[in-house]
Ligand binder design. Structure first.
Ligand code: GTP
Ligand code: MG
Ligand code: ZN
Length: 306
């Protein structure tokens, strides 16, 4: 094997479907397989990864190495995210705030910047979402892929790096991408069809290069609230992932306050005073509860084994 003399090329994984990767490398799209060892290791290549590939004259190109990641998510599976762009809507299919909060907790925990676009503004302005998330400290862009409202503002944010569009299925992610770059034609699905088929229109994660040089990932929308343990934050870190709690936490009476039922909890007082949106705090409690269960379940499992 002429391993020692192989020339390595650096590239970016822009697509991954069934073990086949598309790597953008020196202006070309190269289909690659991953070398065997990746399949079992933690560092399975993913969209957004910078990789080193070998391009033999004959036969398949192969990913040899995955470069160090700045961050990564499991769903959507993308690495090296600069900003997570959560798309929500108060028009059907209405976004549950809990969904946004769950994503924001993961982003907060992983130190990934997050902004919120409230889409379908032409049908419903979405005041309540705009209000809650502005108050919680996020940049919020009212948007309509139908009329084009807010598209320029989102485009102006996307100057370099990888942007990931996420949100519940049918909220308009692909439609927004098509507006941001009209030369793209991401497949958009009619709502009626979607419900009939019961599955997403966008089936896999893919990075598109914008004229600015930034990349944007269209992703399949999520439908369920499955507990994805890998991406969950530890329950002791959860409060810190809710960034707007930070100003109040130092004033809690007890240093180990979980902001659930404790006396003298400054977070709860801030909720009562209207300084923290109520729905954000409710999501915190729900996430806290779900993590508590996982923790106990893990302990039980360990107990059974030992
Ligand atoms: N009125 C209105 N309709 C919109 C808007 N954005 C998207 N739609 C419609 O909503 C439906 C779903 O849009 P998609 O762009 O496919 O939604 P998606 O988020 O990509 O969905 P998945 O790929 O399944 O996750 C389509 O019928 C779009 O035409 C909007 O701003 N206003
Ligand atoms: Mg889509
Ligand atoms: Zn507290």
């Amino acid at each position: 094997m002429p391993c020692m003399t192989d020339t390595l090329y650096e590239g970016l994984i822009i697509r991954s479907v069934g073990g086949l990767y598309t790597v953008e490398c020196e202006g070309e799209s190269v289909d690659c397989r991953a070398r065997g060892k990746f399949r079992l290791s933690e560092l399975k290549p993913m969209v957004g990864d910078r990789v080193l590939i070998v391009r033999p004259g004959i036969g398949e190109a192969v990913i040899r190495e995955v470069c160090v990641r700045t961050n990564s998510l499991i769903r959507p599976a993308v690495a090296n995210i600069r900003t997570l762009v959560v798309i929500a809507s108060e028009a059907p299919p209405v976004t549950q705030p809990f969904l946004i909060d769950r994503v924001s907790a993961i982003a907060g925990h992983k130190d990934i910047d997050m902004i919120l676009c409230v889409n379908k503004c032409d049908q419903k302005r979405g005041e309540s979402l705009i209000d809650v998330y502005t108050k919680a400290g996020f940049r919020v862009i009212p948007m309509s892929a139908e009329t084009g409202e807010g598209i320029d503002e989102l485009r102006s944010v996307m100057t370099e790096g990888i942007f990931v569009l996420t949100g519940n299925s049918g909220v308009g992610k692909s439609s927004i991408l098509n507006r941001i770059d009209p030369t793209r034609k991401a497949v958009v699905g009619a709502l009626s069809e979607r419900i009939g088929r019961g599955r997403q229109t966008t089936r896999h994660v893919e990075l598109y290069k914008l004229p600015s040089g930034a990349y944007v990932a269209d992703t399949p929308g999520f439908q369920s609230f499955d507990v994805e343990r890998m991406d969950l934050v530890l329950k002791d870190d959860l409060a810190h992932a809710f960034r707007e709690f930070a100003d109040f936490i130092p004033n809690c009476r007890y240093a180990d306050c979980h902001h659930v039922k404790e006396q003298g909890c400054a977070v709860r007082q801030a909720v009562e005073a209207g300084e923290i949106p109520e729905s954000r705090y409710e999501s915190y409690l729900m996430l806290y509860e779900s993590m508590k269960d996982i923790h106990e379940w893990d302990l039980k499992k360990m107990g059974n084994r030992g």
